[in-house]
Design a protein around this ligand. Structure first.
Ligand code: ADP
Length: 178
């Protein structure tokens, strides 16, 4: 199972590059506190968006774990980028609550701009060290809770880079939504 509808919202799980989602209105950046380029998702997004994104994010930084801010997409194929700072696993606590806040706040920013489609990477599971399966449970159960309150958002996509990450998300989606 890689696609399901919950409370009228389509939830999709795909393998791919978060910086190459050309049919999605807002992509989520697994940002750093300074909202600068870096490795992983932040590097891919800033490279594809170009220097205009860094200029726009500079006055918005720093942000705290769980927070989300929205900017334009610049040279990305998306209208918006929503920058979320995930918790560093083992340092920022309670990590499950902070990670859930990322997803809630990203959806809040999206709804404020009447965004219909949004794509998330697996926030905190790279450099920030959050175990993928535990992070997937937090992410997907938060979306399950939020789905019924969404008005503009009708498509939520998880974009996973690696095959293992994709398989884990698929398994957790089946557990939560079966
Ligand atoms: P964090 O600092 O929040 O842990 P990372 O960017 O280091 O964020 O990694 C988050 C997840 O995104 C990891 O699972 C990583 O493998 C994955 N990832 C890295 N680059 C991309 C990309 N271009 N598109 C989608 N996922 C990516």
């Amino acid at each position: 199972m890689d696609r399901i509808t919950v409370s009228g919202v389509t939830l999709e799980i795909e393998r791919g590059d978060i910086a190459a989602q050309d049919d999605i209105q807002a992509v989520v950046n697994a940002a750093n506190a300074q909202l600068k380029t870096g490795g992983g998702v932040a590097g891919a997004i800033h490279r594809a968006a170009g220097p205009g994104l860094t200029e726009e994010t500079r006055p918005l930084a720093p942000i705290s774990p769980g927070e989300a801010v929205i900017t334009g997409g610049h040279n990305l194929p998306n209208e918006y980028v929503i920058h979320c700072l995930g918790p560093v696993y083992g340092r920022d606590k309670p990590e499950d609550e902070l990670l859930a806040n990322c997803y809630k706040n990203a959806l809040k920013r999206a709804e404020e701009e009447d965004v219909e489609s949004i794509a998330f990477p697996a926030i905190s599971t790279g450099a920030f060290g959050y175990p993928t399966e535990a992070a997937a449970r937090v992410a997907l159960s938060t979306i399950q809770e939020e789905a019924e309150h969404l008005e503009s958002v009708n498509t939520i996509r998880f974009v996973l880079f690696g095959e293992d990450d994709y398989n884990i998300h698929q398994k957790v989606m089946e557990e939560i939504f079966e």
